[in-house]
Design a protein around this ligand. Structure first.
Ligand code: ATP
Ligand code: MG
Length: 453
């Protein structure tokens, strides 16, 4: 109790630096019934115990833009332990940021205690100040001090992500002119852009991803340092980078995001291959089509498999290696194996794609030569394979990009729905290579199509 009182007093003092503009319902239009029942319950129960509790971050931003939030975050002045005590179905997670997951039914709400601001980059690395430690490049290693609500707003990434919604009073609290930026469609980083990117280079990716998702402009000071600092992404733990890329590709705006990542010069840190692939006309078409169809699936509420997605992103690298090994006198199938090994080792590990996805990627790739074997029992077996659908969708992208003759895809489209009699009539003996010529700076056409052996 005393602890809480002291913190309240401290909060008041530090909050003096920043006054929120409090917007009533008529100024923002978000009624409490638009909030997810779980987030509403979390806020109400915390309020009932006299804690502050606000929906914050992307959910408020998306609601203000008329979109359905993907997930809900709640910010409070209760400590993680206090939050844990209020909700039976909750658990404290995380080491760097201790947050509480509160579960209601299938929904999970992330509850965070208001956090203090990070120490300025290059500032004193006080031994005692262990909770604000930074690496040599200025990256925050820990950031786990409690603070006032204003400080909590100021340590968020963009002004449009630092709006708080109080469902009890139906008010929006705005400390940093986030509402103005939201109305103007501007992503503006909070504080000095370079410092904030050095603290956490992932903010550069988030800037680009969110700008693409919201169709916002990057404010010029927010955009300016990105190209020069892109290399800092190399320091970010690979698993975090992978999670961020997954979010990007699942956003429903994968194509727009990938384009903006390239425009800002950020892809060297995350997808070093992208340039090489996109320089080949067929590679560019293939990836564009893959990302387009991913966006269509996400926007239609259909699931997207990460293995499929990552298999598409590096496919043209697999193709290049596959051709290379065949010129080294390897037969097509062992050559494909060797190519997959190379790509998994060199490119995929750059992004730290977890093993559980690489197995799926291999499966999709190794199925590809089998689509060109349309005699005997082979097509019957292939169509029954549990991964047929993924392999077939991948094949269709290859046809659509011009890498393979469209008739191969059409044949499989018919075959999978035909009865046995028709299937038998469809079989193709002594299949000729169906692979189209790939033009690469005058190189001779590939011989990557394996014979039906
Ligand atoms: P999305 O629509 O992808 O969920 P989001 O902005 O909600 O976007 P989350 O990862 O859910 O993204 O983060 C929730 C909030 O936490 C953000 O809105 C922002 O206020 C804060 N935040 C997230 N990542 C960072 C970061 N790297 N630095 C500072 N604040 C961050
Ligand atoms: Mg979110």
């Amino acid at each position: 109790m005393i602890q809480k009182l002291i913190r309240r007093l401290l909060n008041k003092k530090s909050a003096a630096g920043g006054q929120a503009t409090i917007l009533p319902l008529r100024k923002h239009g978000i009624t409490r019934d638009r909030i997810s029942p779980c987030a509403l319950k979390v806020c109400e129960e915390l309020r009932a115990r006299r804690y502050a509790a606000f929906v914050v971050g992307g959910a408020v931003r998306d609601l203000l833009l008329g979109a359905e939030p993907k997930d809900y975050d709640v910010a409070t002045d209760a400590t993680p332990e206090q939050v844990r005590d209020v909700f039976r179905r909750s658990r404290i997670i995380g080491r760097r940021f201790r947050i509480v997951h509160v579960m209601c039914g299938r929904e999970t709400i992330e509850v965070t205690t208001f956090r203090g601001q990070a120490a300025p980059a290059g500032g004193d690395e006080d031994e005692e100040d262990d909770d604000h430690r930074k690496s040599d490049s200025g990256r925050l290693l820990r950031d786990n001090v409690f603070g006032s609500q204003f400080e909590d707003a100021a340590r968020r990434d963009f002004t449009v992500n630092a709006l708080y919604y109080d469902p009890t009073k139906q008010e929006v609290w705005d400390y940093l002119h986030g509402m103005d930026d939201l109305k103007r469609g501007v992503m503006r980083i909070i504080g000095d852009a370079e410092t904030r990117y050095r603290e956490d280079p992932v903010r550069m990716l988030r800037a680009v991803r969110l700008a693409a998702k919201l169709d916002f402009k990057l404010d010029s000071a927010t955009q300016k340092p990105i190209r020069a600092l892109a290399g800092l992404l190399q320091d970010v733990p690979k698993s975090r980078l992978f999670d961020e890329m997954l979010k990007l590709f699942h956003s429903g705006h994968a194509l727009a995001s990938a384009r903006r990542i390239r425009e800002e010069g950020l892809h060297h840190g995350v997808l070093p291959l992208l340039d090489a692939i996109l320089e080949q006309p067929m590679g560019e078409r293939f990836i564009t089509l893959a990302l387009q169809s991913t966006d269509e699936r996400v926007n239609a509420g259909k699931p997207v498999s990460p293995a499929f997605l990552f298999a598409t992103l590096v496919w043209h690298e697999v193709l290049t290696r596959w051709e290379h090994y065949q010129t080294q006198d390897l037969r097509p199938l062992p050559a494909l194996d060797a190519a997959m090994d190379d790509v998994i080792q060199t490119q995929v590990e750059n992004l730290a794609i977890p093993r559980r996805y690489t197995a799926g990627m291999r499966e999709i790739w190794s199925m590809q030569p089998r689509f060109l074997q349309r005699a005997g029992q082979r097509p019957f077996r292939l169509v029954e394979s549990p991964k047929f659908r993924a392999g077939y969708d991948f094949l269709l992208l290859r046809c659509a990009s011009g890498e393979l003759d469209a008739q191969v895809g059409q044949w499989w489209e018919r075959f999978q729905f035909a009865d046995d009699e028709e299937r038998n009539r469809m079989l193709i003996k002594d299949e000729a290579p169906a692979r189209k010529r790939r033009r690469r700076g005058g190189k001779k056409p590939s011989a990557a199509v394996p014979a039906a052996d």
